[in-house]
Design a protein around this ligand. Structure first.
Ligand SMILES: [Zn+2]
Ligand SMILES: [Zn+2]
Length: 228
């Protein structure tokens, strides 16, 4: 397991605050790299406060999508390091960027403060092979910093499926049907669902449907990157 660097992960300059992992200049660069986007689907749009035309026709089931920036370097490289190269020390660094983004959106009154945080689960076998679930490592510090309840085992992946990357959008949705279960009472609660990357949104879609079926009040999708 790698620990948090004393140098900025991106520009290699010494850090003022070691635990931030990324210097202020690089963090600002990442946060400012995002285009104006729709608060609901996260895709580029003319207005940050109102749903885009696509969402007016057919909106995703979640009420808002909070993400740091598009899935592009250098942020995508950090996400890959966290996910595939065991750089678990990056989880706090990336979670902090998401916290900054969430605080900004909150100050613009784009989203409410949720009262429960859950993370997208991995199937037990994949979890065992990787040794950790990166979404859990992202969710935990966010819950702590925001003082929101976090339930690590709230969601479970009950059915392994073909890796999503190999499928097109419609097949992804089919592939995930019935793949998750929720073991806790979410009735009347606003849930933040934490993932590393939202691509077609099919995973967040499926889990949001499940939570709404179990009478959650609303679901917010939180992720580090959104593919556009
Ligand atoms: Zn830097
Ligand atoms: Zn939209």
């Amino acid at each position: 397991m790698l620990t948090i660097n004393a140098l900025c992960w991106l520009c290699q300059q010494p850090l003022w605050f070691h635990h931030h992992g990324i210097c202020r200049v690089c963090a600002d660069g990442l946060l400012n790299a995002r285009e104006t986007s729709c608060p609901r689907c996260g895709l580029p749009a003319g207005n940050r406060r109102q749903c885009c035309g696509r969402c007016l026709l057919k909106s995703p089931p979640w009420e808002s999508l909070v993400y740091v920036s598009a899935y592009q370097p250098p942020l995508s490289l950090l996400v890959k390091k966290l996910k595939h190269q065991g750089a678990t020390g990056l989880a706090q660094v990336l979670a902090r960027l998401l916290l900054l983004r969430w605080q900004e959106e909150r100050s613009l009154q784009i989203c409410e403060k949720p009262d429960l945080i859950l993370n997208v689960p991995l199937h037990a076998y994949r979890h065992w092979r990787r040794g950790y679930n990166q979404t859990e490592l992202l969710a935990k510090p966010l819950a702590r910093w925001l003082g929101i309840e976090y339930r690590r085992a709230g969601l479970a992946r009950i059915r392994a499926a073909v890796p999503q990357q190999m499928l097109h959008a419609r097949a992804r949705r089919r592939n995930l049907r019935g793949a998750f279960s929720c073991a806790i009472d979410v009735a009347g609660r606003t849930v933040a669902l934490v993932d590393d990357v939202v691509t077609t949104g099919s995973t967040a879609d499926e889990i949001t449907h499940l939570l709404l079926m179990q009478r959650a009040k609303a679901v917010q999708a939180w992720c580090i990157c959104r593919t556009l």
